[in-house]
Design a protein around this ligand. Structure first.
Ligand SMILES: NC(=[NH2+])NCCC[C@H](N)C(=O)O
Length: 426
């Protein structure tokens, strides 16, 4: 595994005394972010399984890595500390016991025991260094990797029938989704799609065992055992009091309500959760594929999420009379609802593709609305979405473009590829 980070992910002395996680907005100056460099998992994508693994095409590994390194360098050049999921995770496996516990748990989630392969696989994984073992689990284990004398079950001999013991995890570079920082805590998510469900296990271990987070009382507002799905692409922290969450193909109303109740109960600063219903389709899989915050009062939006009258279903959840029931009120005008919850006189919605039917649809497909704000009014976007980028600039936004021909094939943009760990408060 090639890691770009120059040192370990121990906290810099700069952060000493501060909580390890702090995200009270979408736009506060970004100080620390977590990425995952695309690795061999991307090369284990084959046409037969693309759909199930949530890809539309196969990225070319050397180029996707180059583009991703450019992304990381862009962030570093603005003084942002870049952590890598894969490195944090290796560092979290601080003892042999934790490593074995992780392998057992991972194999259980892969259903390896169903076919009697868990013993062989455990032995195989333990034969590697921790770093290589993590790399293997992320990139997938092929049946042909295991000695044929060790194979005892019919399916194990059927390499052609299905090539993997453990599926690759090509979506790992979308670090935004398996977990989401909210205030000084986070949600560790129950993900909707089977292809991604194992991803949040890495974050669980990082929070529990990495010296940067372990023993620091980091609140987990909702964990991956909760039975209903939620994904970070739907979780937007608008201010220290308001969160917007997409009710989407991936995020359920039940998980949103549970998260809201937990936040209200645990005295977090959050007072309102705005549930925004978006069409349930692949192109709009998360709220952040159609709506992101770029400045105090400016947002990108894909016009197609609005109904004929520019309307949308928005439910505002607040603390109710008892702990188990929120107070819910209904709105239909996004602009008005945003003004109300953010206490602003005006809100500017910047349409993807300038609102042109073809450009909007094309650029949204390549994540034209999916911006990563690194400070108020400063965003990172894909270069290919030139119409949307131009419009952002016309609206006074500083746009840092990154190359995107391979990164975009996974259907996620700069926001999806980054998990903010620490932002300055605004
Ligand atoms: N936050 C996001 N919009 N993430 C995009 C994730 C894309 C990924 N291929 C998936 O389908 O899950």
């Amino acid at each position: 595994m090639k890691l770009i980070a120059d040192n370990t992910c121990q906290e810099k002395s700069l952060n000493k005394g501060k909580p390890p996680i702090n995200v009270t907005s979408e736009i506060g100056r970004l100080r620390t972010v977590m990425l995952k460099r695309p690795g061999k998992e991307v090369e284990n994508l084959v046409p037969e399984y693309l759909h199930r693994l949530l890809f539309d095409d196969i990225p070319y590994l050397p180029i996707i890595q180059k583009e991703h390194d450019f992304f990381a360098e862009t962030l570093r050049s603005r003084g942002i500390e870049v952590l890598y999921l894969e490195q944090l995770f290796v560092e979290a496996l601080t003892s042999e016991e934790i490593k074995i516990q992780f392998i057992d748990e991972m194999l259980r989630e892969c259903h390896a025991h169903v076919n009697g392969a868990s013993i062989v696989l455990k032995e195989y994984l333990l034969s590697f260094s921790t770093e290589q073992m993590v790399d293997k689990i992320m990139s997938g284990v092929l049946k042909k990797e295991i000695d044929s004398e060790k194979k005892t079950h019919l399916y194990e001999f059927m390499d052609d029938h299905y090539p993997f013991y453990l599926d690759p995890m090509p979506n790992l570079y979308f670090t935004r989704d398996p977990a989401a920082s909210i205030g000084n805590g986070l949600t560790i998510n129950k993900m909707r799609e089977p292809a991604r469900q194992r991803e949040s296990l890495f974050m669980e271990y990082i929070i529990k065992y990495h010296p940067r987070f372990a023993g620091k009382d980091v609140p987990v507002w909702l964990d991956r055992d909760y039975p209903f799905s939620i994904e970070g692409g739907d979780e937007l922290v608008l201010s220290k009091e308001v969160i917007a969450i997409g009710v989407s193909e991936r995020t359920s109303a039940k998980a949103i309500e549970k998260l809201a109740l937990n936040l209200f109960k645990k005295q977090a600063s959050f007072k309102k959760v705005m549930a925004v219903e978006i069409p349930k389709c692949r192109a709009f899989m998360h709220l952040d594929t159609v709506f992101t915050m770029v400045d105090y009062d400016k947002f990108t939006i894909h016009p197609e999420i609005l109904g004929p009258q520019g309307n949308l279903n928005i439910y505002i959840l607040e603390k109710g009379v008892d702990e188990g029931t929120p107070k819910i009120s209904f709105r239909t005008d996004l602009q008005e609802a945003l003004k109300e919850v953010l206490g602003l006189d005006d809100i500017i919605l910047i349409p993807c593709g300038g609102g042109d039917e073809i450009a909007a649809s094309r650029e949204q497909w390549n994540d034209g609305s999916n911006t990563l704000a690194i400070a108020p009014g400063v965003v990172v976007t894909y270069d290919r979405n030139y119409i949307s980028n131009e419009l952002l600039r016309k609206n006074g936004i500083e746009v840092l473009e990154i190359p995107s021909s391979e990164l975009s094939r996974g259907r996620g943009g700069p926001r999806c590829m980054s998990m903010p760990i620490f932002r300055e408060d605004i």
